[in-house]
Design a protein around this ligand. Structure first.
Ligand code: PEP
Ligand code: MN
Length: 351
């Protein structure tokens, strides 16, 4: 439930109400918007009547019942104001959200060696990316496939961060690794295969770095928002939702089916920033530019793209990785398109 306070409500009154709700066994959260303060109520609110709450104070403007099961992730919870997630990086802060410039994250599927990760980092930075992606811990279908370089991969990401000042995003597969990954990464990724690993979600929700939550390959939008709710409920408000394709029946021409309709659907349901990953979403580098453009036209806040200096030799996901040259060309096409869609794209930074 959401209790909307009138403009100018004195803060002792808000504190008094918060205390009252706590006495009722609820978890009240004060949310300060640009105009009004609201108190979000999470807990067993089914039996509570709107009138009973309304009677508590003449400063209460209205009481709304959130119908969706994902209370904290719901758009209403923040009075319809989109969240902006601000992430400090050595090159300055990067802001993610509906009212912010488009953010691009690019890099190889897996971190392979120092020369190649630093080269990709420099190339994607020169083309306008603000974040370097790259897996040190890789979720692979086969136990015999390359599993990532683990801690050594983290050191290589740290070297690329040092060389370029780009923010780093990398995947966490095991909650035990959170401290060492958090020491290097600016954003922690939860991969599609772990979207409903609830113990991981609780632990990643209890640490301070923003979380990039990929959609499970057979997750409904509600499953996905409930997964985000786990992270928010554990105390971390900074979640970015990433659509990366869902499993349908074509395995030959596309690896996954990129659900771009998720963008307007999520926009109507949640205040959280939205990302699209056309690389995993299609599986083929030739399809990535069209889907990246379509994602911008549909209103994405973030693009995640796989880029490898030599896709044919990549240790994972080569077929869907762009070369640095293809990435340059794509970024040059995306900037005017983004502008046309009312979205700024940051100017590339000198390397
Ligand atoms: C990745 O980003 O390399 C990855 C494994 O993604 P997903 O979890 O979407 O498959
Ligand atoms: Mn990949």
């Amino acid at each position: 439930m959401i209790v909307v306070m009138k403009v100018g409500t004195p803060s002792p009154e808000i504190d008094r109400l918060t205390g009252e709700f706590e006495d009722w066994g609820l978890e009240p959260e004060k949310i300060v918007g640009s105009y009004k303060v609201v108190i979000g109520l999470v807990g067993d609110t089914a039996a509570l009547s709107v009138e009973r709450i309304q009677e508590l104070s003449p400063w209460i403007e209205s009481v709304l019942r959130v119908e969706a099961p994902f209370t904290r992730a719901s758009r209403e919870y923040r009075q319809n104001e989109p969240s902006t997630i601000v992430v400090p990086t050595p090159n300055g802060e990067v802001r993610f959200g509906e009212n912010e410039p488009l953010v691009t994250m690019a890099g190889p599927c897996s971190v392979e060696n120092e020369a190649s990760i630093v080269e990709v980092a420099q190339r994607v930075k020169a083309a306008g990316a603000q974040f370097l992606r790259g897996g040190a811990y890789k979720p692979r279908t086969s136990p015999y496939s390359f599993q990532g370089h683990g801690e050594d991969g983290l050191d290589l990401l740290a070297a690329a961060r040092e060389a370029t000042g780009l923010g780093i995003i990398t995947e966490v597969m095991d909650a035990e690794d959170i401290p060492k990954i958090g020491a290097v990464a600016d954003i922690l990724q939860v991969g599609a295969r772990n979207m409903q690993n609830f113990s991981l979600l609780k632990k990643i929700g209890a640490q301070p770095k923003p979380v990039f939550l990929k959609r499970g390959m057979s997750a409904t939008i509600e499953d996905w928002l409930m997964a985000a709710e786990y992270i928010l409920a554990a105390g971390n408000p900074n979640v970015i939702l990433c659509e990366r394709g869902i499993r349908t029946f074509d395995r030959r021409y596309t690896r996954n089916t990129l659900d771009l309709s998720a963008i307007p659907v999520l926009r109507s349901l949640t205040h959280l920033p939205i990302a699209i990953d056309p690389s995993h979403g299609t599986g083929w580098s030739s399809l990535v530019p069209s889907m990246a453009k379509a994602a911008i036209a549909a209103g994405t806040d973030v693009l995640m793209l796989e880029v490898h200096p030599n896709p044919a030799k990549a240790l994972s996901d080569g077929p869907q990785s762009l070369t640095p040259e293809a990435f340059d060309a794509l970024m040059a096409e995306l900037a005017p398109l983004a502008e046309l869609c009312g979205r700024k794209m940051p100017v590339p930074q000198p390397v």
